[in-house]
Design a binder for this molecule. Sequence first.
Ligand code: SIN
Ligand code: MN
Length: 238
Amino acid sequence: MSDDALFPLELVRQDTHDAGPRLIAPGAVQVPGWLTPEQQRWIVDRYGEWTQGPVPLRAATLPGGHQMSVRTVCLGWHWKPYSYSREASDVNGRRVLEFPDWMVRLGRQAVAAAYSPEIVEDPSLAELAVNYTPDAALVNFYNDGAAMGMHQDKDERSNAPVVSLSIGDTCTFRFGNTETRTKPYTDVELRSGDLFVFGGASRFAYHGIPKVLPDTAPDSSGLSHGRINITMRVTGLS
Ligand code: SIN
Ligand code: MN
């Protein structure tokens, strides 16, 4: 019997996913299955509200004229390539929704979960959870075929961690280095409910989504189609 048959790729993937929190790079931690199915469904319901406006989902256009395949709605601050503002001047000029208090609490819990002493050695990372106060969220929706190129999150005037939550279809998340958008990088499979935090030495690492796997969302996620990703950030703006 071939080793492919003995050790199918699916089994290997299952193992890494079930092994608990994983340090991907210094300051970059994946916590598989962090959101319960009930929390996922609740957030999917909130997502349905956010997309009702005042600012609708939109696919941003990059300065070169290329339109992103991912569609985004923002909370707290509106992001357009490559700056933040309160009003969505590139959509309909309306002010974006307030950043919800529950999401600040969730962000703190997320940083504490990712930067627990069992996972990261540096105790200064764990302290970041105490005062973590995200004020912007980019809520992305990936339909079949949507992807995101390698980029850095660097429009914030703060080096506080980015908290990323995934709901719905599984994707490949490519997490790279701070110097180049190419190798070395690690491909991580993000599934519904997964948390990923990148801060510290990885705060300005290049990252992207090369692929979303259609129809992989568990029914329990409450999302029948596609993938939602929420990234919380501290803008450092006032
Ligand atoms: C992002 O880099 O802004 C989104 C990452 C993701 O969709 O997981
Ligand atoms: Mn990003």
